[in-house]
Design a binder for this molecule. Structure first.
Ligand SMILES: NC(=O)c1ccc[n+]([C@@H]2O[C@H](COP(=O)([O-])OP(=O)(O)OC[C@H]3O[C@@H](n4cnc5c(N)ncnc54)[C@H](OP(=O)(O)O)[C@@H]3O)[C@@H](O)[C@H]2O)c1
Length: 313
């Protein structure tokens, strides 16, 4: 953390501490009075095609695994409505996320959103036959005849499944292909695949408390012209426990940030290799908040470093 940023962070903490002492709640809001900037979401190009994607997408793991016609499903209807109305497009799901595939398929059909969605799903299988059956099932559940992105889940059986994904790409079943992982443990193999294979996308974990991808994989993806989707930007939600009642840095207002969720997402998209971040939520108000991260200035190097030091110390 540079001394200037550190001073401002500490000054912010002191102000918040005194606000808390006076019995005021949400002291962070006092420190970030500026409203997030309005206007369209930032977009980034997919290097292999030039197609631009809004930088804030939606994950579905857990948050979309709900029963049809439950109160949670009704909340998701509103969440997805706000996602598309707010300029979102990328939705990431997988055949092994419980009911998520079916829920996404029904939400998109009901809302008439399919044509606005950049739909990303996965192959999570260990044999050619299992992958073929799973793909047919995914299309049925997603209520579509093609997806925008098909990813090999967690590098599983990738030597067999990546060629299969390319086969489906050649047949028009998917526009793009990629591979995913979700922890630093997958980075060495991901790096080897990036060096040896032609990919449109990779999907990886990158967050204020897990920056291993920035060492090699993110710069390599940039060099190779591969789009990057960031998963687990909230560390599966665990980061929120660490910032409960903690004020935002004093400089948050300068970058149009009014919540920790926005700051965690803005951190992810501030890396120039990142194309889109896919936070999950099933709550409409959180969805609206997340979309605010895709507007206004990005974080400076010093601001990014300050956050990393804070969350990895
Ligand atoms: N190997 C892979 O391919 C792989 C692995 C992991 C993830 N992914 C993809 O990446 C997406 C994102 O990762 P993730 O879902 O694991 O983790 P995440 O986006 O880091 O965190 C999602 C969790 O944070 C909670 N949350 C969201 N906003 C919040 C807020 N403002 N305050 C408190 N809690 C909040 C959500 O709960 P609510 O729903 O209650 O808001 C949810 O439980 C996944 O959904 C999936 O699509 C892919």
């Amino acid at each position: 953390m540079n001394p200037h940023s550190r001073r401002r962070f500490l000054a912010g903490s002191a102000l918040a501490a005194s606000a808390a002492g006076l019995g005021l709640s949400f002291p962070g809001r006092l420190l970030a009075a500026a409203e997030p900037p309005a206007g369209p979401l930032l977009t980034r190009p997919i290097p292999s095609s030039g197609q631009r994607l809004p930088v804030i997408g939606a994950g579905t793991s857990g948050s979309y695994d709900v029963a049809f016609d439950s109160p949670e499903y009704a909340q998701l209807q509103e969440t997805v409505k706000r996602f598309f109305e707010g300029g979102g497009s990328v939705i990431d799901t997988a055949p092994n996320y419980g009911r998520s595939d079916e829920v996404v398929g029904r939400l998109l059909a009901e809302g008439g959103w399919r044509s606005k969605a950049f739909l990303a799903t996965k192959i999570a299988a260990d044999s050619a036959q299992a992958a073929k059956e799973q793909w047919a099932q995914s299309l049925r559940r997603l209520r579509t005849d093609k997806v925008e992105l098909l990813q090999v889940h967690n590098l599983r059986d990738w030597r067999r499944q990546l060629p299969y994904a390319r086969e489906l790409q050649a047949q028009g079943g998917t526009k793009y292909v990629g591979v995913t992982h979700y922890t630093d443990a997958g980075l060495p193999e991901l790096e080897a695949i990036l060096r040896g294979e032609k990919l449109d996308f990779i999907q990886i974990h990158y967050s204020v408390n897990a920056t291993g991808a920035a060492k090699t994989v993110l710069p390599l993806a940039q060099d190779k012209g591969v789009a990057v989707i960031v998963n687990r930007a909230f560390d599966d939600g665990r980061l929120f426990a660490k910032v409960k009642d903690v004020p935002l840095p004093a400089w948050a207002g300068e970058v149009g940030v009014t919540s920790w969720a926005q700051l965690f997402l803005k951190f992810a998209i501030s890396h120039p290799a990142v194309t889109v971040v896919i936070p999950a939520t099933g709550k409409p108000h959180r969805q609206v908040d997340q979309l605010k991260a895709g507007r206004g200035p990005l974080l400076s190097q010093a601001q990014q470093q300050e956050l990393v030091q804070r969350f990895t110390a």
